[in-house]
Design a binder for this molecule. Structure first.
Ligand SMILES: [Fe+2]
Length: 308
């Protein structure tokens, strides 16, 4: 019994219709009224109207009512205000004001699992003939919501909330500027980073393999070069392949595949990664607007940002 991943995010945006169009193109199933499902994870995104872009609500999935009771006790010990039922506890992250819920939700299972994509190597032919990705003609459809990244004006307090309050584990640090936190076997489900303003940096959506990362981004960029932020590359922390795009409200959305996993907490030691190493192992250099999105100043003054 434990936490087992992110359940859902609710994102407020000033330009609702446009943003709903974007996530529909991104490959999420629009259930109506801004609610989106992933291929395997059920409803995992809700986009709603708000004066400026922000993460309104983050749901963390847990196995059992006992987990809810444990989290409620831990939050209570930290002095957090909680609303607590048998299958859910609701609180507010004290720095960003994000409503955070921990709810009992079924684990995402894929049965049978998606088979490994064959790739040829020197002296090794795992596939003959034309590459299998060439026959993938449908739009990429993300499997699940993997992680969310929050900028916080008080990193220590936000970290204490997730680690001491909710029970997340630290996977790696980026100096003293950010921490990768997990509540599942994947390397990170939440990353909190020090920032001059509280904001949602990105959400990240799992796809099958590197070809799907590339195919997804390629399709999103056709006719919309302004959506490109950073990719294709591979992170050092978490080791996932990545490509970051920007929604019409200014939130980044990432396609990722092949992230590090941590089967037992004892088998993983956090590293402190410095400088660019924390950001990526290879790929094009990150643009300045990746770390400091163009609309940060506008978010700080509370101005509406329509075109990010
Ligand atoms: Fe990411």
């Amino acid at each position: 019994m434990a936490l087992h991943g992110l359940g859902k995010v609710t994102i407020g945006v000033p330009n609702l219709a446009e943003t709903i169009g974007y996530y529909t193109e991104f490959g999420l199933d629009h259930l109506g009224e801004g609610r989106f499902a992933t291929r395997d994870g059920g409803e995992q995104l809700h986009v709603v109207q708000a004066p400026q872009r922000r993460l309104l609500d983050l749901t963390v999935a847990a196995d059992h009512p006992d987990d809810i009771a444990t989290v409620a006790r831990r939050l209570d010990a930290l002095g957090m205000p909680i609303k607590h039922g048998p299958s859910a506890v609701r609180t507010i992250e004290p720095v960003t004001g994000t409503v955070v819920r921990v709810v009992v939700r079924a684990r995402i299972t894929i049965d049978p699992p998606v088979p490994a994509t064959p790739y040829n190597g020197p002296g090794r032919i795992d596939r003959w003939g034309r590459a299998p990705f060439l026959s993938r003609v449908e739009r990429v459809r993300p499997r699940k919501l993997g992680h969310a990244v929050l900028g916080s004006t008080d990193l220590a307090t936000t970290m204490r909330f997730f680690v001491a309050g909710l029970g997340f584990k630290v996977s790696d640090y980026m100096g003293d500027k950010a921490a990768f936190l997990r509540c599942s076997v994947e390397h990170h489900n939440v990353l909190v980073m020090a920032a001059p303003v509280n904001f949602l940096h990105h959400t990240s959506w799992q796809v099958d393999d590197i070809d799907e990362v590339g195919r997804g981004a390629h399709a999103m960029l056709e006719g919309h070069p302004e959506r490109h932020i950073w990719g294709l590359g591979r992170h050092h922390a978490g080791a996932n392949f990545f490509w970051y795009l920007k929604d019409p409200a200014g939130n980044f959305s990432e396609y990722y595949s092949d992230m590090d996993t941590v089967p037992e907490d004892e088998l993983w030691s956090p590293n402190v990664l410095e400088g660019l190493q924390g950001l990526y192992a290879w790929g094009p250099p990150p643009p300045p607007s990746f770390l400091e999105p163009d609309d940060l100043a506008a978010l700080m003054t509370g101005a509406h940002s329509n075109n990010g």
